[in-house]
Design a protein around this ligand. Structure first.
Ligand code: FAQ
Length: 311
């Protein structure tokens, strides 16, 4: 590329301004963003499945209405994110095709099952909590459309997180059985939530370049530590225990030390061997096939409308 284009791009990034869709950008910057934003969008729509599993069995009308609204928000986030990825010149059909054929990823966290109602609370508190910790810095990402999408997504995620926290608080302070159910859910979701931040820094293939481009603002391990520090006092307030015997306040660092993460489990889930990988992808492909008539009808309507207005 001509040196002045590269210099212009570098200057925008260095000044903490935003790169916009029509600006020149390095090919690798474009493909990194497509990879990350598509993965993020896929996570939102696959992430609807574990919680939707409990809509028909929510314990009250109020809880059901809240859960339906949350799952709908996730569909909305998926749509903004596909829209943001499209500004980089990639088609939605192409991204969905890659998801369905396993050529693009979605977050490891959505390959775990939701076994009880308390899992809805644990997902809200921990999974949405981790998502916010990761996404608040993305509001300052160097790519304009992604950064702007994150602002609204984060506001809604904050509401989701409070919803989960409140649900778990109610269970934790309910009957003995309800408390035990809340504790069991936290025991199962804690470690997978820590894995959401990605591999440790020294194994993170993309971090250095993404940080230089100001797509990522903090490393995977920094954000993971920040999340642990936020959760420890919240767990105490909930009256629930985090399942880590090595959690200890470190006076010197003024942070919480925590135990070793089972990275072998993370790699197994990424390789498709998590407890629900197959179920999630099968359900997604089926939903896509069953929705074909809606896409066909929308396209036919648009064509008719265009013909009528004489364009
Ligand atoms: N799962 O070099 P890095 C939500 C892959 S929140 C699966 O560190 P990077 C809200 C990574 O793609 C969840 N794969 O990668 C919600 C790469 O593989 P590749 C979605 C993972 O990109 C709540 C390889 O490992 N949020 O959905 C994971 O610099 C409740 C090496 O990793 C986002 O996507 C993982 N956990 O950093 C919805 C946030 N971690 O592509 C419903 C945006 C890493 O070379 C219900 N994304 N990999 O084959 C990011 O911030 C980054 O992409 C990271 C990974 C931090 C996830």
């Amino acid at each position: 590329a001509p040196a002045e284009l590269v210099a212009g791009f570098d200057a925008v990034v260095a000044a903490d301004s935003r790169i916009e869709p029509r600006d020149w950008m390095p090919d690798a910057y474009r493909s990194t963003l497509i990879r990350q934003i598509a993965q993020h969008a896929h996570s939102e729509i696959i992430g609807m499945q574990p919680e939707a599993n409990w809509i028909t069995r929510a314990p009250s009308l109020r809880r059901k209405a809240i859960l339906i609204a949350k799952v709908q928000d996730e569909a909305g986030h998926g749509l903004y994110l596909y829209g943001a990825a499209e500004t980089l010149g990639v088609g939605r059909d192409d991204m969905l095709d890659k998801l369905h054929s396993g050529r693009q990823r979605y977050s490891s966290i959505f390959n775990y099952p939701t076994l009880t109602w308390a899992d809805v609370g644990a997902i809200g508190w921990l999974v949405d909590g981790a998502a916010i910790t990761n996404q608040v810095p993305l509001c300052r990402c160097s790519y304009g459309p992604y950064a702007r999408a994150m602002v609204r997504v984060c506001k809604e995620e904050s509401f989701h997180q409070r919803q989960g926290y409140e649900l778990l608080h109610t269970l934790s302070h309910g009957t003995k059985e309800q408390h035990a159910m809340a504790q069991d859910a936290v025991d199962r979701w804690w470690w997978p939530s820590l894995m959401m931040f990605g591999p440790p820094d020294d194994e993170s293939a993309h971090s250095a370049q993404s940080m230089a481009w100001r797509i990522k603002r903090h490393s995977n391990d920094e954000l993971r530590q920040r999340f642990v520090d936020i959760c420890v006092p919240q767990a105490e307030a909930l009256g629930l225990r985090l399942p880590d015997p090595d959690l200890r306040w470190n006076e010197e660092r003024e942070r919480w030390d925590f135990g070793a993460i089972d990275w072998e489990e993370f790699h197994q889930v990424l390789r498709g061997n998590g407890p629900c990988n197959e179920q999630r992808l099968t359900q997604r492909r089926t939903a896509h096939e069953e929705g074909a008539w809606v896409r066909d009808a929308a396209a036919a309507y648009a064509a008719k409308h265009q013909a009528k207005s004489g364009q």
